[in-house]
Design a protein around this ligand. Structure first.
Ligand code: MG
Length: 228
């Protein structure tokens, strides 16, 4: 275990947890690419002409984000459709190895945990409820409905989670698996741990400004325990 991991928990009081990646793979069973295709079909059906970069997207969250630029009048429709895909997807989502362990370690050391996600709250809450994890959390901050520009890397959700747990941003650590997570933490003035769950992410997420990188949620959980 790296000393940096233990140190970061010694220096913070609240844990902010990205959902897709550190908690589960939300699109493990209902692929993200098919949700993205569904959203593009909806946009075309509403008469929107898709920019080339959007036509090539396979991430439904990116389709939503870009819709605000080229078809802002359709953001609500795309949002509603994406929420329906996410709710369907969570029933086939796979919990991340070590996620339960991390939540138990945080509970055992008196650390509040808030989910900070670009996924929608109803889907996140459904997953947590089905996994029996809803009681392990101090709160859930999902995507701001109808305001895709305020998704991470915007600091809104991180700052909201800090308010919920009554800590200053620099007393919170965000655990996430994407470039946007690292940027959101920086933009809010919070600390960050990169969960490098794919080849090469240890390098890219360090470049994105991660304070510490780990490839295993169980290692992060062990650091929480070692920090007390
Ligand atoms: Mg993620």
């Amino acid at each position: 275990m790296t000393d940096g991991l233990v140190d970061i928990f010694r220096e913070t009081r609240a844990v902010l947890l990205d959902f897709d990646g550190p908690v589960c793979r939300i699109f493990a069973g209902l692929p993200a690419a098919s949700a993205a295709e569904g959203l593009k079909r909806l946009l075309r059906g509403q008469g929107a002409e898709l920019p080339q970069d959007v036509a090539e997207l396979d991430d439904p969250l990116k389709v939503l984000r870009r819709t605000a630029d080229f078809a802002p009048e359709l953001v609500d429709k795309v949002e509603t459709a994406l929420m329906a895909y996410e709710i369907k997807a969570v029933d086939f989502a796979e919990i991340t190895p070590g996620a339960r362990d991390l939540l138990a370690a945080c509970a055992g050391t008196g650390r509040p945990v808030v989910i900070v996600s670009n996924n929608s709250e109803p889907a996140i809450e459904r997953f947590l409820d089905h996994a029996g994890l809803d009681k392990s959390l101090a709160g859930v901050v999902g995507r701001p409905i109808g305001a895709p520009a305020e998704m991470k890397p915007h600091p809104r959700s991180v700052l909201r989670a800090c308010e919920m747990t009554d800590v200053r941003p620099d007393e919170a650590v965000l655990i996430g698996d994407s470039w946007f997570d690292m940027e959101a933490a920086i933009n809010a003035g919070a600390r960050s741990i990169a969960y490098a769950n794919a080849e090469g992410k240890d390098v890219t997420l360090a470049q994105a400004g991660a304070d510490v990188v780990s490839k295993d949620m169980r290692e992060i959980a062990a650091a929480v325990r070692a920090s007390r």
